[in-house]
Ligand binder design. Structure first.
Ligand SMILES: NC(=O)c1ccc[n+]([C@@H]2O[C@H](COP(=O)([O-])OP(=O)(O)OC[C@H]3O[C@@H](n4cnc5c(N)ncnc54)[C@H](OP(=O)(O)O)[C@@H]3O)[C@@H](O)[C@H]2O)c1
Length: 229
């Protein structure tokens, strides 16, 4: 049984991962911004829920105070930011940059004493860094930043393994599922596999990155070959 912490585990891919691991008998803690929502979602999943706001990094250490030893750490939290450089929303950009780049790093910093030599971490980036869509200015930037973060953490925390996953468009995730079918159909035709990645595909990739003892400092894309389409 592993002790698992999923930051951003109340929805989407993080939630699917937390549910999968709790179902396998792991001791899972998941987070969201609201304690009540996190508690309710966690109870359904067979996990424990706590509140944590990645965009308020000075408060993260206190929020994680009662989390114990961590074998597997998954940091998946995101808030949507629709930002174009032509209509730049600085407040929204600062929020997302803080959340992904400072918040993710502070989670690891706060937990460093609870990681051990066999611990493994997966950070969530995304393929918007390679193939941005309209409004992805900040998303593309922070997801590219996850690459550097992953590298430096793998060096500084060694022998703890640190990897990153970069999903393409995950068709059954709440964000994309809400888009018109016309949009999703166009994306499918641009993808060599003829289908969009699913949350289950990404959960499986994250699981592999956490389990394999020689996979370290790797960026794993899960996008059906989208960049070649
Ligand atoms: N979905 C995709 O197609 C896709 C593609 C590429 C990359 N990704 C990446 O995959 C990860 C998961 O994406 P998703 O689409 O599954 O996400 P999602 O469904 O939008 O869920 C986001 C999670 O982050 C939490 N969250 C939001 N704001 C937060 C904050 N300020 N502090 C802490 N937690 C916060 C949410 O919890 P509460 O709302 O309860 O606070 C929720 O648990 C993200 O890092 C995203 O960038 C996703």
């Amino acid at each position: 049984m592993n002790s698992v912490l999923v930051v951003g585990g109340t929805s989407g891919i993080g939630h699917a991962f937390a549910r999968e691991r709790a179902g396998r008998g792991d001791d899972v803690v998941l987070t969201g911004r609201d304690a009540q929502r996190a508690g309710a979602v966690a109870e359904q999943a067979g996990a424990r829920g706590i509140a944590l706001d990645l965009a308020r990094p000075l408060e993260i250490a206190a929020a994680l105070a009662d989390v114990g030893r961590v074998d597997h750490l998954v940091i998946a939290g995101v808030s949507r930011d629709d930002n174009k450089v032509t209509e730049y929303d600085i407040d929204a950009a600062l929020r997302l940059v803080t959340l992904k780049l400072v918040g993710y790093t502070e989670v690891v910093h706060a937990l460093r004493g609870r990681l051990h030599d066999g611990s493994a971490i997966v950070l969530f980036g995304g393929q918007a860094k390679e193939r941005p869509y309209p409004g992805a200015t900040t998303v593309a930037t922070v997801n590219a930043g996850v690459r550097g973060m992953m590298h430096t953490l793998a060096v500084e925390l060694a022998p703890v393994r640190v990897n990153a996953v970069h999903p393409g468009v995950v068709g059954d995730s709440p964000y994309w599922q809400a888009k018109p079918e016309k949009v999703l159909a166009a994306l499918r035709t641009e993808t060599p596999t003829g289908r969009l990645a699913t949350m289950a595909d990404v959960v499986d990739a994250v699981d592999f990155l956490l389990r394999n003892d020689s996979v370290n400092a790797v960026e794993l894309t899960v996008d059906g070959g989208w960049l070649l389409g």
